[in-house]
Design a protein around this ligand. Structure first.
Ligand code: GDP
Length: 298
């Protein structure tokens, strides 16, 4: 049997799977575009972005007869075009400490991502300290300490239930005193009570600005790729709660729903600094638009 033209698991495998490479070319017509749109929507790209991608594909090519490979390449090219402007690593500044506030809902992978990032920064020769700002969840603090140990980076903690802003203040003081390069501050992710969370986050920001009016230098929003379209509403919510400067998308290993990244890039244009591709400390990769587009369309 001939293997599917687009690969087994990729988007186009499903649409073009029955066609061998020797199959006749198909016309890029309304019918084909509709099928493509449907596929993109199934992959969590959202209606608006799916329509934009297919419209771009069709531009100047309507009625053209294309092979399965050509369709796949065109699609990948259009996706990569949307993703390229947002693929930027987290900017580093000469500031000491550079303050990185990490926000996101519980379970999105904040703790894991902080550990992975700390490990990468350390490997790059930076000194790093982590503040366990989710003081209401003892388990969160413990988890972060485990990740700090793995990364070989100290984790500053405060008693359970204490004010995260006061921990942030102490952490700033210590990082300044020690000349630490990077201070990463974990935060709570309880969206159930937005007013409280907003107050908590803005208090942390107020306090660190008293020490350094340019801080926080980065506000990273951690998103779970497996939540699909939910990620879009999380960006909207957190943009109201904090001044989000960039995204880390976790759990991109083993999900067929990566299409939401395209929707995010198209809608918000926020930089995607890194992607989580597993549960181990080294499973954080730079975001590569072409590789991503090829994998998605596969
Ligand atoms: P937090 O509540 O936001 O701090 O989330 P955690 O960092 O504790 O992560 C929640 C779960 O997601 C844990 O079981 C992690 O191992 C898992 N996780 C985090 N990032 C990734 C990733 O990139 N890939 C996979 N497969 N699992 C991840």
């Amino acid at each position: 049997q001939t293997p599917p033209a687009g690969g087994k698991s990729g988007l186009l495998g499903r649409l073009l799977g029955r066609e061998s490479s020797a199959a006749p070319r198909r016309a890029l017509d309304d019918d084909m575009l509709e099928q493509l749109e449907e596929l993109l929507i199934t992959a969590d790209m959202g209606v608006d972005t799916a329509l934009r991608v297919t419209a771009n594909m069709a531009e100047g090519r309507m009625g053209k007869r294309l092979s399965a490979r050509e369709i796949k390449e065109l699609l990948a090219q259009e996706i990569a075009r949307i993703m390229e402007p947002v693929a930027t690593p987290m900017p580093l500044y000469p500031k000491k400490p550079q303050v990185v506030l990490v926000v996101g809902v519980n379970g999105s992978g904040k703790t894991t991502t902080i550990g992975k990032l700390a490990s990468q920064f350390k490997a790059a020769g930076k000194t790093v300290v982590i503040a366990a700002g989710d003081t209401f969840r003892a388990a969160a603090v413990e988890q972060l300490q485990i990740w700090g140990d793995r990364a070989g980076v100290p984790v500053l903690t405060a008693p359970e239930g204490s004010d995260p802003a006061s921990l942030a203040w102490d952490a700033m003081a210590q990082a300044e005193r020690d000349g630490t390069d990077l201070l990463m501050i974990d935060t709570a992710g309880r969206l159930q009570n937005r007013a409280d969370l907003m107050e908590e986050l803005s208090k942390i920001v107020r306090v660190i600005r008293k020490k350094d009016e340019t801080a926080p230098h980065n506000t990273l929003l951690v998103l779970d790729a497996t939540t699909g379209q939910n990620a879009l509403s999380q960006v909207e919510t957190f943009q109201k709660l904090a001044d989000v400067s960039g995204l880390v998308m976790t759990k991109l290993d083993g999900t067929a729903r990566g299409g939401v990244l395209v929707a995010l890039a198209d809608k918000f244009g926020l930089p995607i600094h890194a992607i989580g591709v597993g549960e181990q400390i080294d499973d954080l990769a730079p975001f590569d638009p072409e590789e991503f587009a090829a994998a998605l369309t596969g």
